[in-house]
Design a protein around this ligand. Structure first.
Ligand code: ADP
Length: 417
């Protein structure tokens, strides 16, 4: 099949979280079994691609913006949509202070541009695979203007907590027929909800684990869209994410200190990591936490348990970036334990690899977790995951049973420190 991925992030070009890992890894895995994949991404700051001399103007409400098209062609063909005023910025969606106020303009422009490229280059796909709210409008445009360059659309929910909600006054920016702003369309409590459009106008829906596919049909995890998901349950499937073991692999990972085949040989990575992070040279067990610092990730729970964890004789290596309140809270706590806690408030691919390989345990106390890749990466590096039983964590981590030696980690269920 010819499969087109429309996504706001994909490794190695742009990454804030697991979506990038999957949008990088899945096309590669599909290509390896003989499918043909094409990816569309915005040309964010720092991405190096070559111009293909294709540019055009697009309507954004009453305005016009120019798109230029760039390309990287290796195993996967990737097209990039360039518009520097919209995408040449420090963050993908915003800064620590919050989201960019023009995200609707940015991703309306991106989705329109992808369709225009397909038209101008006469591309044809069996599947157009849309990822998260940033790509959702493609499904609405294809419904509003049917054409023959694709067969089916698939929309994947990577995280229902992010829906792309915007004031209704901006609806005219989308250039969609007025009836699309309705209860059966992208209107949601008097606002625009792009993710809802993706759920309604796509032919098929998937999400990133079987448990999450069930959870999102309940009011507890449905973020207000559980009704629609229940209605579409015959066209909704949970498929567990995987990781690219070409990138995450202790045998040949160039970002870690020492490659290893056996769990017992990972110790040198722990020693080196502790030296790099200036942690005490003791033989204490080391817990790693690599995470976006958001409510979803159970950082509040972690903060509640913090003192007890240290008192019980653990050391902790934290790598994360996200909400300012957690930056402050973690800073305030970590400063009391310089010998046992290393706090790194930034995005750092290399340090992430070093923590996955050097830690003894990997902590994911998530409030909810669509799939979670951290626990899968940790397992690959023989680092024991300690997770809350929710979403994809429940589908990939199984409680260790010392009597039978079965299981691969430690699980808790109640959301309690
Ligand atoms: P989510 O997509 O919700 O953020 P996942 O567990 O699915 O969570 O994926 C997180 C991915 O992002 C992993 O590859 C993880 O290593 C990476 N990651 C998260 N925070 C950081 C950070 N501060 N620096 C480097 N990598 C990070």
């Amino acid at each position: 099949m010819d499969i087109c991925f429309i996504t706001p992030e994909a490794f190695p070009f742009a990454k804030t979280g697991g979506l990038a890992d999957v949008a990088g890894a899945l096309p590669k895995a599909l290509a390896e079994i003989g499918q043909k994949c094409t990816i569309f991404l915005p040309l964010y700051q720092g991405i190096k691609a070559r111009s293909i001399n294709l540019s055009f103007d697009l309507e954004l409400g009453a305005y016009r913006e120019t798109a230029q098209v760039y390309q990287v062609q290796n195993l996967i063909n990737t097209y990039f949509i360039r518009n520097d005023s919209l995408f040449n910025r420090k963050g993908l969606y915003g800064t620590e202070r919050g989201d960019y106020p023009d995200n609707l303009e940015r991703f309306t422009f991106f989705t329109k541009a992808t369709l225009e490229v397909m038209k101008r280059l006469a591309l044809k796909f069996d599947i157009i695979h849309l990822h998260d709210w940033q790509a959702a409008l493609v499904a609405a445009y294809l419904r509003a203007h049917p054409n023959n360059f694709y067969n089916k659309t698939v929309f994947t929910i990577h995280n229902l907590g992010y829906q792309g909600i915007f004031p209704k006054e901006k609806f005219r920016l989308l250039n969609l027929p007025q009836e699309y702003y309705s209860i059966n369309g992208i209107e949601y409590y008097d606002k625009i909800n792009l993710l809802k459009g993706g759920l309604i106008y796509s032919d098929f829906l998937t999400t990133v684990s079987p448990t999450y596919a069930q959870e999102i049909q309940t009011s507890e995890f449905g973020f207000g869209l559980d009704g629609i998901l229940k209605e579409r349950c015959n066209n909704l499937k949970g498929i567990l994410n995987g990781i690219d073991t070409g990138i995450w692999n202790p045998k040949n990972d160039k970002l870690i200190y020492y490659n290893y085949l056996q769990p017992r040989d990972k110790k040198i990575n722990k020693i080196q990591l502790k030296t790099e992070l200036k942690l005490d040279e003791s033989n204490k067990p080391l817990i790693g936490l690599v995470s976006r610092l958001a409510d979803q990730k159970g950082i509040d729970l972690f903060c509640d348990a913090f003192k007890t964890i240290i008192a019980q004789g653990f050391q902790i290596a934290i790598l994360g970036i996200g909400e300012e309140k957690y930056h402050k809270l973690l800073q305030a706590m970590a400063k009391h334990y310089p010998a046992d806690v290393s706090l790194n408030l930034r995005f750092d691919e290399q340090l992430a690899h070093r923590i996955y390989s050097g830690a003894d345990f990997f902590l994911m106390p998530s409030r909810y977790e669509p799939c979670g890749l951290g626990q899968m990466i940790a397992l690959t590096y023989a680092t024991v995951p300690v997770v809350r039983k929710t979403g994809g964590l429940a589908d990939s981590v199984f409680e260790f049973n010392p009597n039978t030696n079965e299981g691969n980690g430690f699980i808790f269920e109640e959301y309690k420190a």
